[in-house]
Ligand binder design. Structure first.
Ligand code: ADP
Ligand code: MG
Length: 700
């Protein structure tokens, strides 16, 4: 048996169990060893029931005295009640609601471990626990492994489908007993020596089965030496991969764009307003990268409305003046269209030709555009993923700008790279990414931040309203329209179905246009409209011919109409935090006071928390942090397409400091390896073992 052995080869794992494990991504011995306990229980010197004190969290090992499903006259609530006793002869009661199935699990005579909060029931005079975690200790003891589960510090695993903590513990123990000691590949970096971190084999064993003298608090805060070692290791390889990739990118030959007086004059001539100090600074950083003879890999971060587009336009001018083409890639058709409409007049002023490439351009038009692009007659190509299609060729792509706005996977940006020799790459992102995530997701990029909004912006007033008061919202909308302003009314995509959202928007559009706002021009925009109709709706809204735009979340990103001052979000409870922040960012783009009204129907706890966060703050950074907390790093960027590496032991939120250390040490190691042999070995290991898991780390 080695790390790559499939779990089906482990004794006790049949096809059914293997399938459950596989559904959780656990396929090999290595995967299961990486499935670490979420908590530890000290069952080495347990206290008796008699010694328990109300209010504390405690574990007891006791025998079941009685057990029953309590019936009620009218409704069976599935209340399961049991009593327990131990050598102290005292009695502990426990209750589980909606748990009638426990009637088939817990029975008198069994020995069981209970973990929960101890309470004193003054009515019955008993000590009790409500919904304690439990683990049956008697029963099917294969191989006399019972000693695993009591009399020691015991690892508690999250159940995998029907596989409970006890079974997982047994399997992992079996693996550790069968496996040959693991080799240690982590180089002798300072952190390792300073903290006297255990070797890998020791750490893997200790994290599952801690030695008797381990501090339980350290274990439960993921700070035992074994935890530190494995967390550090995971980050170290990730950051080494990213550092390597960055080095490689730097060593490549790129275009050294000329930054002369003519280029500066052109930029000045193009600008419709005075850039903010922050915009000037980031353009300086970008221009410096572009002038260097290696390809730029830069991330441009800036909150919604901070003015990233104009910076992109400035960079495009540098490229075009040097005789190169620019590509601007956007995640949605609406956003691509929006960028195109925004940039076209600015670029036309300089005599440049811009082209729009989206999925819905067809036939002759498409052939024509592609031809112009291939001949270099289109200077700036704006588009969706349609730009990445194989048969779309550039004459000489020099600058690729990717407006991610949270939507694109990191991988997609490499699709564009293949289109030019080694074009400069600028990735733009709207919601500020918490630093730790930026380090892992974009660790190979240099970062520029626009930390200032254009002048004259007033903070947006955000209000929460329940659906029963929608009439008030409508009269407020009417007031704003009468003042000459415009508004958005947005509907959520329900259950991932754009069709349903479209229907809701269509229905609402009719209702608003006919009944609520008869004299007002109400437009409709959703993802299923043909491209020309989308473009037309956008144009009309921009020109003020549409006063209220009813839309699905297609307008979430990028739409820019400064005269729009009200954003009404219906069923706001269905939206994520980042999404709501993006939507809100569609208003507050001009000098007038803007409003965001979040209308909710059914409000759960986390939704309430989201709405509160938005009402309380307009700071995108705080919102991103809260979003990360509420959803966890895995979902922060959506699903797999995020390119977020899957970490096993480490947690980006909890382990920020270790991440920073690992990053520093990985960079130092690469710059000054203790010996050439160390470096070579580390790189070989990285290539063979970590590349696949981290995905985005492609070691050359
Ligand atoms: P985002 O960073 O969200 O993409 P945009 O580039 O869409 O922001 O800019 C938001 C709005 O602010 C646009 O209407 C843009 O023209 C305007 N804007 C950007 N920079 C400035 C500036 N320096 N002065 C005035 N208006 C600006
Ligand atoms: Mg934008």
């Amino acid at each position: 048996m080695d790390l790559a052995t499939p779990l089906t080869y482990v004794k006790g794992v049949g096809p059914a169990r293997a399938a459950m494990l596989e559904a959780k991504g656990l396929l090999t011995v290595e995967d299961l060893l990486g499935y670490i306990p979420f908590r530890y229980e000290d069952r080495s010197n347990l206290r008796t029931i008699k010694q328990l004190a109300p209010g504390e969290m405690a574990t007891v090992v006791a025998d079941v005295l009685s057990a029953r499903v309590a019936g009620f006259r009218r409704r069976n609530l599935g209340l399961f009640e049991a009593t327990f006793t131990d050598a102290s002869r005292a009695v502990l009661a426990a209750k589980w609601f909606h748990s009638a199935y426990l009637g088939d699990v817990i029975a008198p005579g069994q020995r069981i471990a209970l973990y929960g909060k101890v309470e004193f029931d003054s009515y019955s005079g008993e000590l009790s626990m409500l919904h304690p975690e439990y683990e049956l200790l008697s029963g099917d003891d294969e191989d006399g492994e019972a000693a695993l589960h009591v009399g020691r510090v015991v690892p508690i695993y999250e159940a995998v489908a029907k596989l409970n903590t006890r079974l997982l513990r047994t399997l992992i123990h079996r693996i550790l007993n069968t496996l040959a000691p693991l080799e240690d590949h982590l180089p002798p970096v300072p952190m390792r020596q300073q903290l006297a971190l255990p070797d890998r084999w020791r750490a893997v064993r200790d994290i599952h089965f801690p030695p008797p003298d381990t501090d339980l608090r350290l274990l439960n805060s993921f700070r035992s030496p074994a935890h530190l070692r494995l967390i550090f290791e995971e980050f170290f390889w990730l950051e080494l991969g990213l550092a390597l990739k960055k080095d490689e990118a730097r060593a490549r030959a790129g275009i050294a764009f000329q930054l002369n007086e003519r280029v500066r004059e052109k930029i000045k001539a193009m600008l419709p307003f005075k850039p903010t100090a922050a915009q000037k600074r980031v353009l300086g950083e970008i221009a410096q990268d572009m002038a260097a003879p290696r390809p730029m890999s830069r991330l441009l971060q800036g909150d919604v409305g901070s003015g990233k587009t104009i910076v992109a336009a400035e960079a495009a001018v540098i490229a075009v003046e040097n005789g190169y083409q620019t590509a601007l890639l956007a995640p949605t058709e609406i956003l691509a269209t929006q960028h195109y409409l925004y940039l076209k007049p600015l670029l036309n002023k300089l005599g440049y030709v811009a082209g729009l490439f989206t999925g819905s351009f067809t036939g002759r038009e498409k052939t024509q555009l592609k031809k112009l692009l291939a001949e270099g007659l289109i200077h700036v190509a704006v588009g969706t993923h349609a730009l990445l299609e194989k048969d779309v060729e550039f004459h000489n792509l020099g600058l690729a700008i990717v407006d991610e706005q949270h939507r694109f996977g990191v991988m997609q940006r490499f699709g564009l790279l293949a289109k030019g020799a080694h074009p400069d790459v600028l990735v733009m992102t709207a919601t500020p990414i918490p630093r730790t995530l930026a380090l892992t997701l974009y660790g190979d990029l240099d970062v520029s931040v626009i930390d200032e909004l254009p002048p004259g912006r007033k903070p947006i007033v955000t209000k929460h309203v329940t659906a029963d008061r929608i009439e008030r919202v409508y009269s407020f909308l009417k007031e704003q329209i009468d003042l000459g302003r415009q508004a958005y009314v947005v509907y959520p995509v329900i259950e991932e179905s754009e069709t349903q959202a479209m229907k809701a928007a269509q229905k609402m559009h009719e209702h608003l246009a006919r009944e609520v706002f008869p004299g007002v021009s109400v437009g409709l925009l959703h993802g299923r409209l043909p491209a020309d109709q989308k473009e037309a709706a956008m144009e009309q809204f921009k020109r003020g011919q549409i006063q209220i735009l009813v839309a699905t979340t297609v307008i979430e990103v990028g739409v820019d109409v400064p005269n729009a001052t009200v954003m009404v979000v219906e069923q706001a409870e269905r939206f994520g935090l980042a999404q709501l922040h993006q939507l809100r960012g569609r208003v507050g783009r001009g000098a007038s006071q803007s409003y965001c009204i979040l209308v909710t129907e059914k409000l759960g706890d986390t939704a309430r928390e989201r709405i509160r966060t938005l009402v309380d703050t307009g700071d995108g950074f705080q919102i991103a942090e809260m979003d990360l907390k509420l959803r966890g790093p895995g979902e922060f960027f959506g699903t797999k397409q995020s390119g977020l590496p899957s970490l096993r032991v480490a947690n980006i939120l909890r382990d920020q400091e270790i991440l920073e250390t690992a990053r520093r040490e990985a960079q130092d190691f690469l710059a000054h390896p203790p010996s050439a042999g160390d470096l070579e070995q580390a790189l070989a290991y990285l290539r063979n073992h970590w590349q696949r898991r981290y995905g985005l780390v492609q070691v050359g």
